[in-house]
Design a protein around this ligand. Structure first.
Ligand code: HMG
Ligand code: MG
Length: 316
């Protein structure tokens, strides 16, 4: 028998971003009880890490303005979520103070590879963003927190067009070198394609970032997210960001749509014999429930296929 993918890993880590990247982009504000339930259910389906919310300015992202109350419920409450890996986005020291006060142990900073998106998303220039992140990371590390760093617009920017690989690598390495344990490469508007993914990953390897320091974060605007994930997998990446039900987007990135759906990723990985720890049926049930909360069907192909099955109808 031909083994087409004999060099793939046995297991990968899915870094779930639905409650943060998904819900930050909703028109309406999801009730806090539903958010807590969502996170609880995602963890119960076997996801090892669930990015829960953002300690950004509440007027910039009102959808997540309840971050403090939510983390209090999750960390201090009786939901079975205490002690679980629940990272939160933090842009600056003010956000860090809010997160640390509540006992958050995993934070994620988020930088931009382009000038325009740095201005629009962070109200800072490309250079100024580092002045904001540097003390944030230093203080987070001193407090014992783990820090992930995102770099956005790695594959293209809606205002600037193509983004040179050298520019992405320069920004990403600088963010990582502040003291992050992992760098997540964001295709914020979903324009990347598989060859570009391999080139960017190789360029990061060339400046000393090994594959286990890198994660990939794909949005599915052009239907490329799963192909890009396979390209990254073949390159040796073992951490994949994904969003249950394919929720997601960035309110400050024109044309950003949903993330790679966690269910679509799990279907592919399990099909390749790669372990994720995720119970797909339970995850699909969660996304189907969340689609009901949001009042519209999930864009995930796997959720659509399998939730039809759960309703008693055969998947098409
Ligand atoms: P700013 O207006 O420049 O803030 O916003 P500032 O530093 O000038 O402070 C102004 C006031 O805001 C001060 O209050 C601060 O205390 C307060 P005052 O003294 O006037 O009373 N303030 C805060 N309050 C609460 N929490 C805070 C905070 N910070 C300042 N954290 C800022 C700068 C970075 C805060 C703002 O631009 C912001 O919140 N941006 C976040 C935008 C965002 O969340 N975007 C979506 C996430 S990124 C994404 O989705 C991409 C990703 O998925 C990867 C990918 O797909 O590529 C991660
Ligand atoms: Mg994103």
């Amino acid at each position: 028998m031909i083994e087409p993918f004999e060099t793939l890993p046995d297991r990968v880590t899915i870094y779930e971003v639905g409650p943060r990247d998904g819900l930050q982009n909703e028109k309406g504000i999801v009730p806090i009880e539903a958010k807590a339930d969502f996170i609880h259910r995602l963890l119960a389906s076997g996801l090892p890490v669930v990015e829960a919310t953002s300690f950004v300015h509440p007027q910039w992202v009102p959808q997540l303005a309840d971050a403090g109350e939510l983390m209090t419920l999750l960390i201090g409450g009786d939901l079975g979520t205490r002690g679980r890996k629940l990272p939160v986005l933090v842009p600056n020291e003010r956000g860090l103070d809010r997160a640390l006060e509540l006992g958050c142990e995993h934070i994620a900073i988020f930088g931009s590879a382009t000038e325009t998106f740095a201005q629009r998303n962070l109200n800072r220039s490309l250079d100024e963003q580092f002045a904001m992140f540097e003390p944030t990371v230093l203080r987070a590390r001193a407090a014992g927190a783990d820090v992930r760093a995102y770099v956005s617009m790695c594959f293209g920017d809606p205002w600037e067009g193509d983004v040179p690989i050298d520019q992405v690598v320069q920004v990403g390495k600088r963010l990582y070198d502040l003291g992050a344990s992992q760098l997540s490469l964001g295709d914020t508007i979903g324009v990347g394609t598989a060859g570009h993914v391999r080139q960017l990953l190789a360029a990061f390897n060339d400046v000393g970032l090994p594959n286990d320091a890198l994660a990939v974060h794909f949005h599915d605007t052009y239907g490329q997210a799963l192909a890009n994930a396979l390209a990254a997998l073949q390159h040796g990446i073992t951490t994949f960001d994904a969003s249950a039900g394919g929720l997601g987007g960035c309110p400050y990135a024109k044309s950003a749509t949903g993330n790679l759906a966690t269910e679509d990723l799990v279907w592919m990985l399990h099909g390749l014999g790669i372990k994720t720890g995720v119970d797909l049926a339970s995850l699909v049930a969660t996304s189907t429930w969340m689609a009901g909360v949001l009042g519209r069907p999930s864009p995930s192909r796997v959720v659509t296929a399998l939730s039809g099955e759960q309703d008693g109808t055969m998947p098409a």
